[in-house]
Ligand binder design. Structure first.
Ligand code: SAH
Length: 260
């Protein structure tokens, strides 16, 4: 399934191994070496056969264990040595996954490279909360945005373009920038009572979900979120869970944040 000397960029999904595609699982099993991110779930790593070399190249915000150029060089070198290379990335490789650098590095060195998609965090978060990211007539647009910044820099986003009451906004890597996201969107005209859902560790055993509103987001993010990866969903669509009563596991009542 993988030719020697070839690289596959493979989406590992949000963490739950049952959310891995069948193709991703087959690629993992056919690899001779798997380079994986820190965000790839343990349940997924457990599917890697013993004879396959497993190499962590994890990057977590502010704690880069390997820089991007080193990772590019490692996968190219392995492919040029004739290995069957899987580069396993959290979620979908094409969404905030630095896959362009790895694709370019492979192409520059004449290494054949392919992509296997995965379930992205926003989709997993919506599924866990039992809601739809789009809503007929109310949420016609879905925007995926990263609030990650280089150390010391402010969040540089076009708030006017993002403050669309008919859109759902999924903010990746937004925990540290929750204050800026809230102020930026409200400053650009989005109402302070716009519904917000915070989901940490979506699809994983430690998953938690918290409902709040845009003006309370900074307090809510501080109070509710821990160390795990979290996605912030903003917009009218997140106020309409499919479950009766709108209850979701681990929900913190809005009033708790209003009192803070
Ligand atoms: N390629 C990935 C995103 C990588 S950026 C994807 O498609 O999902 C890393 C960010 O993704 C995290 O900071 C967080 O915002 C989000 N994320 C990844 N896994 C997550 C999970 N299980 N639950 C919630 N957010 C997650």
């Amino acid at each position: 399934m993988i030719e020697p000397g070839t690289v596959w960029l493979v989406g590992a999904g949000p963490g739950d191994p049952d959310l891995l595609t069948r193709k991703a699982e087959r690629l993992i099993c056919a690899a001779s070496v798997v380079f994986h991110d820190a965000l790839v779930g343990q349940g997924v790593l457990d599917l890697v056969p013993r004879q396959v070399r497993l190499v962590p190249v994890g990057k977590r915000s502010g704690r880069h264990s390997k820089d991007q150029k080193t990772i590019d060089a490692m996968i190219v070198e392995a492919a040029l040595a004739g290995e069957r290379v899987v580069r396993l990335k959290g979620g979908d490789p094409s969404i905030f996954g630095r896959s362009t650098e790895e694709l370019e590095a492979c192409l520059t060195h004449g290494v054949p490279v392919h992509i296997c998609p995965g379930v992205t965090a926003a989709s997993a978060a919506a599924a866990s909360a039992g809601l739809s990211l789009t809503l007929r007539g109310m949420a016609r647009r879905l925007t995926l945005v990263t609030a990650h910044t280089r150390a010391g820099a402010g969040v540089d986003l076009d708030w006017k373009a993002l403050a669309d009451p008919q859109a759902t906004l999924a903010v990746y890597m937004g925990k540290a920038a929750a204050g800026e996201v809230s102020a930026g969107l409200i400053g650009a005209g989005l109402p302070g009572d716009t519904p917000v859902l915070l989901i940490e560790n979506a699809s994983l055993p430690g998953e938690s979900q918290f409902r709040t509103r845009l003006d309370l987001l900074p307090i809510a993010a501080k109070a509710a979120l821990g160390d795990g990866p979290a996605v912030i969903l903003v917009g009218q669509a997140v106020a309409t869970p499919a479950k009766p009563g709108g209850a979701c596991a681990g929900e913190t009542p809005l009033s708790a944040y209003q009192r803070l």
